[in-house]
Design a protein around this ligand. Structure first.
Ligand code: DX5
Ligand code: ZN
Length: 223
């Protein structure tokens, strides 16, 4: 299981220090929630902030674009130093082209689905994505309650990926806590995003270990 702490819940006034603290805690990914006030009713940070932080961090930058027409900004985020760009299927008109363009720019490509969007949206693009992000809350805010209907969606997506013999990662975002980690991993999740539940309980190293222990528990049960 890969843990990707969502910087939305970090102390944004001290982002450089927060990124260093994550790295020192043994975390490998950082999840950037980019919001435009149109796709979701909130505004956060954009490529400018990511570009400033890039030289200060060796973390894998997992950039979740909650913006309309993300295709307009792919090259900007690549120049800013994103390692992976995740676009919402609901936000881009030509999803296959957008995913192919992200890869052409040398980044990993991810596709995100809102809770209400069916997995059939992925039928003809699964092979174009390195990761699928299933939203387990409606996007826009940290600290919301996990929607349990997500478990069944993960199990079905796991089957789709395995049947096609793909290596696509499954990422879950929204309301993830140590309490639901084992069940998420058992259902087939590979990457867990956690904002409020991760940052509210420092120190980060022991928090990371808590999440990882729950994931290991689940994996040892399935063996
Ligand atoms: C929600 C964002 C999430 C959010 C998760 O729109 O995509 O990444 O930061 O926060 P928690 O873990 O607090 O639900
Ligand atoms: Zn996110």
């Amino acid at each position: 299981m890969i843990l990707s702490p969502s910087l939305l819940s970090a102390d944004v006034g001290n982002l450089a220090a927060e990124l260093s603290a994550l790295e020192a805690a043994g975390v490998q990914w950082a999840h950037w929630d980019v919001m435009d006030g149109r796709f979701v009713p909130n505004i956060t940070f954009g490529q400018h902030v990511i570009r400033q932080m890039r030289p200060r961090s060796g973390l894998f930058f997992d950039v979740h674009l909650m913006i309309v027409e993300p295709e307009t900004y792919l090259a900007d985020f690549q120049a800013a130093g994103a390692d992976m760009l995740v676009v919402h299927a609901e936000a881009t008109r030509h999803l296959q082209r957008t995913l192919a363009e992200i890869r052409r720019l040398g980044m990993k490509a991810g596709v995100a689905l809102n809770p209400a969007t069916p997995l059939s949206a992925l039928d003809y693009v699964l092979g174009d994505a390195d990761m699928v992000l299933l939203m387990s809350v409606n996007p826009g805010f940290g600290g919301q309650k996990f929607l349990p209907v997500t478990y069944e969606k993960i199990r079905r997506l796991r089957r789709m990926i395995d049947e096609r013999r793909l290596e696509t990662l499954i990422q879950i975002d929204g309301g993830v806590t140590p309490d639901n980690t084992a069940e998420l991993v058992r259902a087939g999740a590979d990457v867990l995003v956690s904002g409020s539940a991760f940052f509210s309980v420092p120190p980060y190293e022991s928090r990371r270990r808590t999440f990882e222990a729950r994931a290991d528990e689940a994996l040892s049960q399935t063996l």
